[in-house]
Design a protein around this ligand. Sequence first.
Ligand code: GCW
Length: 691
Amino acid sequence: MFIQTKIGMRKFLFFIGFFIMAVCHDSFCEDGYNLWLNYKPVNDRKLMAEYATYFANVEIASNPFEQQIRDELNIAADKILGIKVRYPKKFTDEDGLIFAIDEGLDFLTDEGYQIRTKLENGRRIIYIRSASGKGLLYATFELIRLMQCSVSFEKIDITEFPRHKLRILNHWDNLNNTIERGYAGRTVWDWDKLPEIAQRYIDYARANASIGINAVVLNNVNADPRVLRSDYLQKVTALADVFRKYNIKIFLSANFAAPIRPSATPNQMKKWGGIGVLDTADPLDKNVIKWWNEKVKEIYSLIPDFGGFVVKADSEGMPGPQDYGRSHSDGANMLAKALKPYNSVVMWRSFVYNATTDSDRVKRSYKEFLPLDGQFESNVILQVKNGPLDFQPREPVHPLFGAMSKTNMMAELQITQEYLGHSTYLVYLLDMWREFFNFDTYCKGQGSTIAKLSTGEIYPYNTTAIAGVANTGSDQNWCGHHFAQANWYAFGRLAWNPQCDDNRVTDEWIAMTWNCDRETHKIIKDMMLPAWESFVRSQTPYALGVTCYSSDHFSPDFPGRSGRFWTVSAKAIGSDRTIRGTDYVSQYFEPNRSMYDNINTCPENVLLFFHLVDWSHKMKSGKSLKEEFFDGLMSNIRLTERNIVLWNSLKGKIDDRRRKEVLEKLQAQKKASLEYYRNGFDFLNGIINKK
Ligand code: GCW
C-alpha cells in the first residue's frame, strides 16, 4: 500500500513536469545543434511514466566513465522526462537501473554490453552490464535511444558489441581553420584558442560516443607538418583530454617530410618543408628514424593513449618514401616501428594514381600495393577508399579488398558529400555504404563480403578499423544541411556493425532528430530513401565516372570530363575496362571478373564503368540505353520537386527554423539540379546529333 502511494505520487509529479515542459517547449529554439541527441518528451505519456519510475532508482558501479554516464542520464531525464535522476545511497526496493561491471562479459570486448530487464520480487530492474566502463557508456546512449524511439523498458534484452575495433572520423581540417572538402563552415577545432576548451568539443565527443565512434583524426591528410610541433601538440593534448572522457582516441595525419627543415617558401605540399633540422626524410636514414622515435616519445609523454598516424604519401603532391627511392612499405614500416612500443598503428593510405603505373587510373592503386602484400609491419593498416577512382556517387568496390591477404586493410568512406552535392543536396548515403559492405569479393569463395573482410572474419587482421571522412564544421547544425547529420549518424552505426538493420538506423535517426509524429516520420523517410539513387542517375549514370567540374566537384562539366574519365561519341558512351580494353576487370576474383567483363552479365548500375556501350543497347527495362540514360538525367529534378512538395506538407509539424533552412536547401538543390541536367543534356545530345 505504502509503495503504491509512493509510485502514485511519482506519477503525479511526473505528469505535472510533463505539462510544464510541453507548455514551455519553444519550437523556435530548434537549430539542429543537438543532432540526434535532441532529447524531447516522447509522444506516449504512459511510456514516459514508465521510464520515469526507473530513473528514480539508479546505481552505477564505479568506473572511469561514471561521470559521463551520470551526466548523460541527467540530461536525458531532465529533457525527456522532466525529472531529476535519483541515485540513492542504497538501491531501493522499487524498479530501477543497475549499471554493473561484469568481467565475464569480456567476450563482447570491453566496449560491448548487455541490457536486460529482470523481474525480481515483483519489481523490474534493468541490468546494464559490460566488462568495462566503455561498454557502460555505450549502453547508456542505447538506453536513452530506446526512450527517444519510444521502446518500452518492460522486456529489454539487448546484447551488443562493436565489429570494428577502431571506428574513426577523419577530419580534413587545416591549421588555418579551413576544411578541405568541408561544406559546413570552418573547422570545429579553434586552433588559435586551443588549448582553451569550448563546449562544442564536449558536445562533439558526446555525439560520437552516442554512435560508438572511438577515434578521431584531427587534421587533413594533406598534412601541415606543424601539427607535430610542440606548440600544436599542446593544443592536441587539450582535445585528447576531453575526448578521452568519451572513449575517443586522437590520431594525427603526419606529413612524411616532417623531419626536414622548414622550407623558405612554406607553400603547400612538398614545398611546405618540415619542422625538423634534417636534409632528408628518407625512411632508412638513421637520423630520420631517430627523429620520428623522439617525436613519438614526445607525443606519448603528453597523450599516453595517442592512437597513431594516418599518412598520405606519394599522392597528389604529398611527400613520401618514393621521393627517396624507397617503397610504401619502407615508409610505413619506419613509422610503425616507432609506434609499436605504444601498441598503436599507422594507417597508410592507398590513394595513389601515379600516371606512370598504368594508363587507366583506376588500375594504379592495386598495381602499386599488391606486390607489397606481406611486407608491412603488423601495426600498419592499409587504408583503402571504397572505390578505385575517388569517392564517386557510385563506383565498383576497390579490387584491393580481399586481394591482399597478408596486410591489415581498412575502408575509408566519405561522409562529407564531396561528389554528392556538398551540403546543398539532400542525399542519404546509407544505401551506398550498404552496397559496398554487401559486395562479395569471392577472395575466399562465395560469401567473402566486404562486411566480413572489414571486420576481420576472412583474414585475421591484427586490428580492424574503418574511417569516414567527416562532414562536420562550425555551422550551428554541424553539417551544413540538417539531413546531412543522418550520414554522420549512419556511418557511426555501420562502423559499429556493418550488418546492422538499415531500416532501424534510419528510423532511429528520424525519431531522435525530428521528434515527430508517425505521418511526418514517414514523409521524412520517403524524402531520404530515394535520394542517393536519384543522384547517381543524374550525375554518374551507370557509374559513368566524373562529370563535375574539376575544382569544386559540384558544378556540372560533362564536356570537360569526357575524353578524360570516360568517352562518348554519337555511337557509344562509357569506358572499356574489359579484357579487350584496359583489362581492369582482371583485378577482380572470378566470377566477378567474368561477370563484369560480359556486357550481358555486368550489373547495369556499373555498366558504363566497365563497358563502352552503344546508345542503342537494349537495357533490362526494354528501353535503349539512350532513352534510359536521358530519362535518368532528370531524376534529381523530379525528386527535388517532389521533396519540396512533401516538405511543404509538413508545415506546422516541423519547428520553424529547421523547416525554413531545409526548404532553402531544397530550393538551391532544385536550381543546381536544373543546371546539371542542362549541361549533361546539351552536351551529350549535341554529340549524338552531330552530323
Ligand atoms: O577526393 C580527393 C579530394 C582531395 C583529397 C584526396 C584524398 C584530401 O579531391 O581533396 O585530399 O581525394 O583523398 O587524398
